[in-house]
Design a protein around this ligand. Structure first.
Ligand SMILES: Nc1ncnc2c1ncn2[C@@H]1O[C@H](COP(=O)(O)OP(=O)(O)O)[C@@H](O)[C@H]1O
Ligand SMILES: [Mg+2]
Length: 235
């Protein structure tokens, strides 16, 4: 469980997060809101790239902000980025292996983890493809496979569905649904596709101008008039 308590982030005059208080308990939590709402900033605070102006974050009761970014990874925090970080000169397998070198001590265990993650995201047949030759979907799958290495406890994904076609979104949806039970981890998912969010997230947090606009069961949240106005552009 993630608990934010009066969390604020400022960039100069911009208040990217503004007194956010929320508890996220579902296995897959949706994080939505218009562009500039503060979604990526929230992931950056969780992973330690951004230091908040004020507030607290507790993960299963532990004080997250007291931990260095490396310590957070050791404890099972993982994330993907809006721009995938796939190394051109490495194969897809080696891209996943590069992470395993940092989070799994034992070599045999690392290989087993990589095999499992590659199989889970369906990259067995393209494991020898070089990063530079991978298509968008394969790059996304590499990003997701990397989060599954070691013992993830909380995975943060920043728009994994952006730019995917319908069939690819379908595969992504099934994958995301299976992650919490298969890897015993919580997942926070940012996406603009309300159908994808509704299909995989039991609970959703809506941000608007850095503030909590809504939080609760996804269907009910998506039906709130304030959310429809801010996020879906309808009244
Ligand atoms: N490193 C930064 N420096 C200055 N302003 C930033 C920085 N990161 C984000 N912001 C600003 O904070 C606000 C929230 O941005 P962001 O978290 O990226 O929104 P979202 O991911 O919801 O689109 C925006 O106004 C953005 O311009
Ligand atoms: Mg963003």
């Amino acid at each position: 469980m993630i608990a934010f308590d009066d969390l604020s982030v400022r960039f100069g005059g911009v208040c990217a997060l503004d007194g956010l208080t929320a508890e996220l308990t579902a296995p897959v939590v949706g994080l939505i809101g218009p562009n500039g709402a503060g979604k990526t900033t929230l992931l950056n605070v969780l992973s330690g790239f951004v230091t908040p102006w004020s507030g607290k974050i507790r993960i299963d009761g532990a004080d997250l902000l007291a931990l260095s970014p490396i310590r957070r990874v050791t404890l099972g925090l993982r994330r993907t980025f809006q721009q995938e970080l796939v190394v051109d000169d490495l194969t897809l397998w080696e891209n996943v292996q590069a992470i395993a070198d940092h989070v799994v001590r034992d070599r045999a265990a690392a290989t087993a983890d990589i095999e499992r993650a590659i199989a889970f995201v369906g990259l067995q047949r393209s494991r020898q493809v070089l990063g530079r030759h991978a298509n968008l979907f394969e790059r996304r799958m590499v990003e997701i496979a990397k989060t599954l290495i070691g013992r993830p406890r909380l995975i943060l994904m920043d728009e994994p569905g952006a730019g995917l076609n319908e069939a690819e979104t379908d595969r992504l949806r099934r994958l995301l649904l299976d992650i919490p039970a298969t890897f015993d981890t919580q997942l926070v998912l940012i996406d603009h596709d309300a159908d994808l969010i509704a299909a995989v997230c039991a609970e959703t947090l809506v941000l608007d101008f850095g503030k909590r606009l809504a939080l609760g069961p996804t269907r009910a949240v998506l039906d709130e008039p304030a959310v429809r106005r801010a996020y879906l552009g309808t009244a």
